[in-house]
Ligand binder design. Structure first.
Ligand code: OOB
Length: 547
């Protein structure tokens, strides 16, 4: 039986995906257990402090799965997971996959507003956080979330756990000799995890990924990226993001018996030192990070990284000039990735000609991915025309969790409309030209304009607010808040940012540019003319450096 609030694939599609071998009817944990059985002593996970073998990884994850069960968490129950890039993220995620408990993949930067919304929407029974990150107290944050979301009964803490919380060090400890293992495996059609949508409307939505579909996502991308047991994958992007988790990412490395290396941030000196020391073969980055890495390599003159074979770049459009520098300056093959947490992943292939690798965002990883490029009226466009992409396939779910209304808008007869404006070349490769959704893509972080606007309206003195992305040389886009004030009040960018922080909105959503207008430009139908705002403020000086 499927979880209430989820949208299954229609039976004819499900049976085709099975018979054609995309869905193998195995829970995700089984793939990793196979890799562990084949080479128990091989290193599975590396962090700055820890090296963990496959044997230890499975022992900890299976013991934790049984302990989760012992705590009363049953298949289908949800845990809101906000853990930094460190080994507890992997062990707890795998324990969930083994037990059927569903991790909800929050980002480390999320704050009270986002986490309490996610906890309520997912009806999470537990929340997992680190004790502190830099000077921020995540335990206190988790307590506030638990106070706002009645379903949350347990706070799991990595690091120093106070008395009212459960220690992740205990929960994730290896099995004792007389340890009982769980005797049931989750249904492969049940949810493995909930990912977060970038969100075009005010509130982020939950994307249900089943064991069958997500395992295939991992296998298909691992094959397109040439993953094998000699792969050493470096994750510096948040592990809870689909790109770093499963495209092919950490799970890809663990499916094939390779090694997953994690760092808490993409800071270049440490990333390069790690690439050299651990013999990293593949890393992934958003364009803003790729640019920092290229600058660092130029400035430090640190020399070659012989093991480094592939740099995957995606999350936002990589400028062609940046793409052209990857191979000559870093010595790695560039793989462009145009993907989405909602499913469809496009990749350039490692042996593609330069023209494809440097100027396109690749093609679908599965022969069963279907794509249409539509005009404004919903008619299908021929190759080379730019239009809105819609897609369906064996790892693109048919709807968000408990979201009838949004599903009616985002899924057209089962086709997911991502809101991206795309051109399909006759050779099948896609070029992303922009988007027709009201979001800002700030260095790969997706921000809903509507959500930021709703927080601006909480500020006394702001009569009208509109949020647009304006060009930023590093991040691609930054957040520009355009407001019409009430008469005789002033509001500064600092006021806005302080108010957003007090309201508990994640820092990456705080405006970086404030424009005061006498009146809001409107389109002929009376909507805010965002295109006009974008053009008008595109060249304004940056009023505050990006955080
Ligand atoms: C990845 O996933 P999300 O869910 O954070 O964001 C998806 C959206 C896409 O709809 C598109 O607007 C944008 O991010 N995007 C790109 C892009 N890759 C993603 N826009 C232009 N060029 C690209 N290469 O961002 C994501 C998920 C899995 C793998 C890679 C990225």
């Amino acid at each position: 039986m499927s979880l209430p609030g989820t949208v299954p694939w229609p039976p004819e599609f499900a049976s085709r995906y099975r018979s054609e071998g995309y869905w193998e009817d195995r829970p995700i944990g089984d793939y990793i257990a196979d890799a562990a059985a084949a080479a128990p002593e091989r290193v599975a996970v590396v962090t700055p402090e820890v090296r963990m073998t496959y044997d230890e990884l499975m022992s900890r994850a299976d013991a934790a799965a049984a302990r989760l069960h012992g705590m009363g968490l049953r298949p289908g129950d949800r845990i809101l997971l906000q853990l930094p890039n460190d080994w507890p993220f992997i062990v707890l995620t795998l324990a969930c996959f083994r037990s059927g408990v569903i991790p909800v993949m929050a980002l480390p930067a999320h704050r009270l507003h986002e986490l309490s919304h996610l906890a309520r929407m997912a009806e999470a029974r537990a929340i997992a956080v680190p004790d502190r990150v830099r000077d921020f107290d995540h335990v206190e944050l988790a307590r506030q979330v638990a106070a706002e979301a009645v379903s949350v009964e347990t706070i799991l803490v990595s690091g120093a756990a106070p008395d009212d919380c459960v220690s992740l060090a205990d929960l994730l400890a290896p099995a004792a000799a007389d340890h009982n293992q769980l005797d049931h495996a989750p249904d492969p059609d049940s949810p493995a995890c909930f990912l977060l949508s970038g969100g075009t409307t005010g509130l982020p939505k939950l994307i249900v990924r089943t064991h069958n579909d997500y395992a295939y996502n991992v296998r298909a991308t691992a094959s397109a990226t040439g993953f094998s047991e000699r792969t050493v994958y470096l994750s510096t992007l948040p592990a809870s993001h689909n790109f770093a988790l499963a495209c092919p990412g950490i799970l890809g490395a663990l499916f094939v018996g390779g090694t997953a290396v994690m760092l808490p941030s993409p800071e270049p000196a440490r990333a390069f030192e790690t690439i050299r020391r651990e013999g990293v073969t593949v890393a992934s980055a958003v364009p803003a990070v790729a640019q920092r890495w290229l600058e660092h390599q130029r400035e430090s003159g640190a020399g070659p990284m012989p093991s480094f074979e592939v740099l995957q770049v995606g999350g936002s459009r990589m400028p062609d000039e940046l793409a052209a520098r990857v191979r000559p300056e870093l010595g790695a093959t560039l793989q462009q990735v145009f993907g989405m947490a909602e499913g469809l992943i496009n990749m350039t292939r490692l042996d593609d000609p330069d023209d494809v690798i440097l100027t396109t965002q690749g093609r679908p990883v599965s022969p069963a991915d279907e794509i249409r490029i539509l005009d404004d009226q919903g008619g299908e466009l021929p190759d080379d025309a730019v239009g809105s992409i819609v897609t369906r396939g064996p790892y693109t779910p048919r709807g968000y969790f408990q979201a009838k209304e949004q599903n009616a808008r985002a899924f057209l007869d089962g086709w997911y409309a991502s809101g991206d404006l795309v051109q399909r070349r006759p050779d099948g490769n896609l070029v992303v030209h922009g988007r027709d959704k009201d979001t800002i893509n700030r260095g790969g972080e997706k921000i809903s304009a509507e959500e930021v606007e709703s927080f601006a309206y909480r500020i006394d003195g702001i009569r009208l607010a509109a949020v647009v992305g304006t060009p930023d040389p590093i991040l691609g886009e930054r957040i520009c808040l355009c407001v019409v004030l009430r008469t005789e009040v002033t509001v500064t960018l600092d006021d806005v940012r302080a108010s957003f922080a007090r309201a508990g909105l994640a820092p990456f959503k705080h405006p970086e540019q404030l424009e005061l207008l006498d009146e809001m430009p409107l389109t002929k139908v009376g909507k805010v003319d965002k295109a006009a705002l974008r053009t008008r403020f595109a060249n304004e000086r940056l009023k505050s450096p990006p955080a």
